[in-house]
Write a protein that binds this ligand. Structure first.
Ligand code: DX5
Ligand code: ZN
Length: 231
């Protein structure tokens, strides 16, 4: 896989933790204008939540949103979170649209099926991530963690921004962390705010996704939230 500056944000970061604003809480009518200041003031990458109305009870965005974000942010790492059934149907379209990392869920793919899809994503030129939902045991993720660039611990039941952080999932982070290489990221997603981030960092998380804690503030206060998340 040819490493690009966007890939290196995850693989050889110049600082940690990484902060990834989730555009799900952005203004869908002016997404570029909403996101650009976040990247200029401390955001390391953008997180795109893809929901199919089946794996989760909500519908959000597809490859076209990724393509537009890539057009306006040509060098930014785009972290695509596939909360969909049959993610294998969509990975090529997102890679063609400029995704940097594609994270799918261990609830849809485990064991050889998960590593096979990671392999396909790598061969197509993107990074691969594996996510685990709060009620799901972390063991199937531990089994295949070495094949992934990003391991994502969900700290809400996925579907919507603005839900409360579930602290018990941090035990999973503590179990995953010792297995990881320096080029792998341990990401958390859901209810991440300046209040909950310190516990995440203490549990070994190095990559924080946050939607409502950032976009829920007036534009002039968002850089301070990103700074506070960083700790
Ligand atoms: C949840 C999504 C998250 C969501 C986070 O289903 O995967 O990325 O945007 O939103 P907050 O940070 O508001 O919990
Ligand atoms: Zn997400």
């Amino acid at each position: 896989m040819a490493a690009t500056p966007a890939h290196s944000v995850f693989q050889s970061p110049s600082r940690l933790p990484l902060i990834g604003p989730s555009i799900l809480s952005g203004d869908f009518g002016r997404m570029e204008a909403d996101c650009r200041p976040l990247l200029e003031h401390g955001g390391d990458y953008l997180h795109l939540d893809v929901m199919d109305g089946r794996f989760v009870p909500n519908l959000t965005m597809g490859p076209d949103m990724c393509r537009w974000m890539r057009k306006y942010f040509p060098t930014t790492a785009l972290d695509v979170h596939l909360m969909v059934q049959e993610p294998e149907r969509f990975v090529d379209a997102f890679i063609e649209a400029g995704a940097t990392n594609l994270t799918f869920h261990v609830e849809t793919h485990q064991g050889p099926a998960a590593t096979k899809l990671a392999d396909h994503i790598h061969k197509a030129g993107a990074l691969a991530g594996l996510a685990v939902n709060p009620p799901t045991d972390v063991a199937p993720l531990l089994d295949v963690a070495g094949a992934f660039d990003v391991l994502l611990i969900m700290s809400v039941n996925p579907g919507f921004s603005g839900q409360a952080f579930i602290p018990s999932v941090l035990e999973k982070a503590r179990r995953v962390k010792p297995l990881l290489r320096a080029d792998q990221r341990l990401e958390v997603d859901g209810g991440v705010s300046p209040k909950t981030a310190p516990d995440c960092l203490r549990a070994g998380i190095d990559t924080l996704v946050s939607a409502s804690a950032i976009f829920g503030k007036p534009a002039g206060e968002r850089a301070a939230v990103i700074q506070a998340l960083r700790g």
